[in-house]
Design a binder for this molecule. Structure first.
Ligand SMILES: *Cc1c(COP(=O)(O)O)cnc(C)c1O
Length: 387
């Protein structure tokens, strides 16, 4: 059976070029990058140094500002809890957005339980955060503002340069979860004026279980993992050398190919949407289409239960919400936050396109979705609402 993977916001396959770069570091060059006394350690350290430069270059950062972690979840935890602990003397207030990934929402909720005051800002119906709202929410006691760059469900890209400039002007730290944007659209730590930024390899055709936190020079963090003092003491633990090498390779490829790839993936995304809207009534895009990642399309189909649609489409891998929460039958917190009703949220599907998709893949997927939506709608019991 032909099947198409269209869930690139959940994860991506490892690019064969990335895999090739990683392979020698499993068995042949297996050294511990912290072993200073022999060739095995130096070889690993050299590979990590190169990867650190590759990650830094893609973000416009200095390699010394890159802390390797196990992924964006850990980076978000380290950034938020680490900054809260290090700067407790500055205040007791945090700001985040209701459409953030759970890997930001849960750490800030944790800090709230530890006594921090938390303001969760509501974005507009297009998913975009209003700058005036943010400006009004910043208090003298605000320590950190956390606003993601691109949303993992609706792909909406926040105006982080303006947000960063505002935070800098008001003297508060700015953290951004850039897991979805890094490597797909330009993300530059100075242009965005971020102090902290979370990125991960597996969303950009690198391996799972490796990521990084960008930490601006002179920004302090309390380590959340104590031990051998790796990564300038901010994150102890023997480095995942093959993973880090793969992350570096993925960043180098993204840097070369991002502009061309973004154009191509945007064309495919627009083709998918055009096919769906030409063939079906009651198709609506969730969130801003203009300020959006190239490879994201989140749409709702009136009268359709998205879980039924996903079940009817074993040959098209899509998501009904964020992958982390789709086991729970709750409607997506992101879709509710941008003003959808629970019924509308439950009729939404996320398509995630990427590097390896062809026009044939998109046409096949569109055809199958159209077929199944039509079938489900005709099966719908008479008189039930098209909600
Ligand atoms: C995938 C993702 C994460 C989690 O990253 P992991 O590397 O899987 O821990 C966090 N934030 C966003 C926006 C994501 O898309």
């Amino acid at each position: 059976m032909r099947s198409v993977y269209l869930d690139c916001q959940a994860t991506t396959p490892v690019d064969p070029r990335v895999l090739e770069a990683m392979l020698p570091y499993f068995a042949e060059r297996f050294g511990n990058a912290a072993s200073r006394g022999h060739r095995f350690g130096w070889e690993a350290e050299k590979a990590v140094d190169r990867a650190r430069r590759q990650v830094a270059e893609l973000a416009g950062a200095d390699p010394r500002e890159i802390v390797f972690t196990s992924g964006a979840t850990e980076s978000n935890n380290l950034a938020l809890k680490g900054a809260a602990e290090a700067y407790r003397n500055r205040g007791d207030h945090l700001i985040a957005v209701t459409t953030e990934h759970h890997a930001v929402v849960d750490p800030v909720r944790h800090l709230e339980r530890m006594g921090w005051r938390l303001t969760m800002l509501q974005p507009g119906p297009d998913g975009l955060l209003d700058l005036d709202r943010l400006a009004a929410a910043i208090e003298p006691a605000t320590v950190v503002v956390s606003v993601m760059h691109a949303n993992n469900e609706i792909g909406v890209v926040q105006p982080i340069a303006a947000i960063g400039a505002l935070c800098r002007q008001r003297g508060v730290l700015f953290h951004s979860d850039a897991a979805q944007s890094f490597g797909k659209i330009p993300f530059d730590v100075d242009a965005a004026a971020v102090d902290l930024a979370s990125v991960t390899a597996h969303k950009i055709f690198g391996p799972k279980g490796v990521g990084a936190l960008y930490v601006r020079r002179r920004v302090e963090l309390a380590a959340q993992m104590d031990g051998g003092g790796h990564e300038a003491g901010m994150r102890s633990g023997t480095l995942n050398v093959p993973g880090i090498v793969g992350f570096g390779a993925a960043c180098a490829i993204a840097r070369e190919e991002m502009a061309e790839e973004a154009r191509r993936v945007t064309r495919l995304r627009d083709r998918l949407l055009a096919r769906l809207t030409a063939a079906l009534e009651g198709v609506a895009v969730n969130g801003s289409l203009e300020s959006r990642l190239p490879g994201n399309l989140n749409v709702r189909f009136a009268g359709i239960e998205s879980s039924a649609l996903v079940t009817a489409l074993p040959d098209v891998a899509v998501s009904t919400g964020s992958a982390c929460s789709s086991a729970i039958p709750e409607p997506s917190h992101v879709l509710l936050a941008i003003g959808l009703s629970p019924t509308e949220a439950r009729s939404s599907i996320r398509f995630g396109l990427g590097r390896f998709h062809s026009e044939e893949d998109i046409d096949f997927a569109a055809g199958r979705v159209i077929e199944e939506v039509t079938r489900l709608r005709t099966r719908r019991p008479a008189g039930s609402p098209m909600g």
